[in-house]
Design a protein around this ligand. Structure first.
Ligand SMILES: Nc1nc2c(ncn2[C@@H]2O[C@H](COP(=O)(O)OP(=O)(O)OP(=O)(O)O)[C@@H](O)[C@H]2O)c(=O)[nH]1
Ligand SMILES: [Mg+2]
Ligand SMILES: [Zn+2]
Length: 279
């Protein structure tokens, strides 16, 4: 039988097929082959023995959060509690771009800011909008719902950013557990503990736990560079320019001229350093 993994809790894999969920275990053979089943995986399984026998080829995968076969990723970005961070936003975009997952930027907690602060954040986000990314706020319920149809979406972002809250707002029947942010951060705890795939508005969505650290050590420098999509707009003298120490670099010129958001370039430099240190 073929089905899709909708949740994994330790060695129990919840596989959904024809609206029934089967609690399956995995054969040792995957472990030996170093293939770890992910939520979102299409699998073949033996419904009597409750064994997963095969993981079908993946369209793509993300490692943080660990999910497979994803079309788009809602980057749930809180503007306060936890604090807004361009650096974190850029890192999440890099993760998505590398895995060919379409990023959708979604701001939360704008209600906690003064009108001036709101304006400041919206101005920053205009830059991302001009790059071609969809930018939404968690109050734009209809626009968010419209994005779901026919797509598998993952919700990702810091603990306490409001991922589960937004999903509950989209469909109150979900009743996902949400957390008090001060408590969550104080105890270093995540309210959502497991990745879970849910059918919603003609599509599928994955709620995921927040994270405390992101790891880019497995990336090549070129992968990081190519994830900053605006760099491609500026033709450099050297075709394989890394836009760091090279002379006559069109990207660095664009930065000087204010055409590239400085915080984007700073994140880029930091990520390259991270990768170099890990090599
Ligand atoms: N003021 C305000 N509070 C919000 C908003 N969205 C979420 N919250 C609050 O933020 C807290 C954390 O929300 P959650 O939905 O649990 O956050 P999460 O991203 O799912 O967190 P994890 O599951 O731990 O990764 C809750 O107390 C929510 O009520 C918002 O737009 N405005
Ligand atoms: Mg949650
Ligand atoms: Zn360059």
């Amino acid at each position: 039988m073929q089905g899709q993994i909708v949740k994994i809790i330790s060695d129990l894999h919840f596989v959904k097929a024809n609206d029934t969920v089967y609690e399956c275990k995995c054969r040792g053979k995957f472990r030996n082959q170093k293939i770890i089943p992910l939520v979102g995986d299409e699998v073949l399984f033996d419904e009597k023995e409750k064994w997963i026998t095969e993981i079908l080829p993946r369209k793509n995968e993300l490692l943080r959060p660990p999910v497979a076969n994803i079309d788009q990723g809602f980057i749930i970005t809180s503007v306060k509690h936890p604090q807004f961070s361009c650096n974190l936003l850029d890192k999440l975009i890099v993760l998505m771009e590398r895995s060919k997952v379409v990023p959708i930027l979604c701001l939360t907690k704008m209600d906690l800011l003064s009108p001036e602060e709101q304006k400041e954040i919206r101005t920053i986000l205009k830059y991302y909008h001009h790059l071609g990314y969809t930018v939404l706020e968690n109050t734009e319920i209809d626009a968010i719902k419209a994005k779901f149809k026919g797509k598998t979406s993952v919700f990702t972002g810091q603990t306490g950013a409001g991922k589960s809250t937004l999903l509950n707002r989209l469909d109150p029947n979900l009743s996902l557990k949400t957390g008090e942010i001060s408590l969550a951060l104080g105890r270093g705890r995540h309210t959502t503990r497991h990745v879970e795939l849910i059918a919603l508005f003609g599509g599928k969505v994955l709620d995921t736990p927040g994270f405390s650290a992101l790891d880019f050590s497995g990336y090549s420098k070129e992968e990081i560079r190519d994830a900053f999509i605006e760099f491609k707009k500026y033709p450099c003298k050297y075709q394989d320019c890394m836009h760091l120490k090279e002379d006559h670099c069109a990207v660095k010129e664009a930065l000087q001229e204010g055409k590239i958001l400085p915080s984007r370039y700073e994140t880029y430099q930091k990520l390259i350093q991270e990768v170099e240190v890990s090599k």
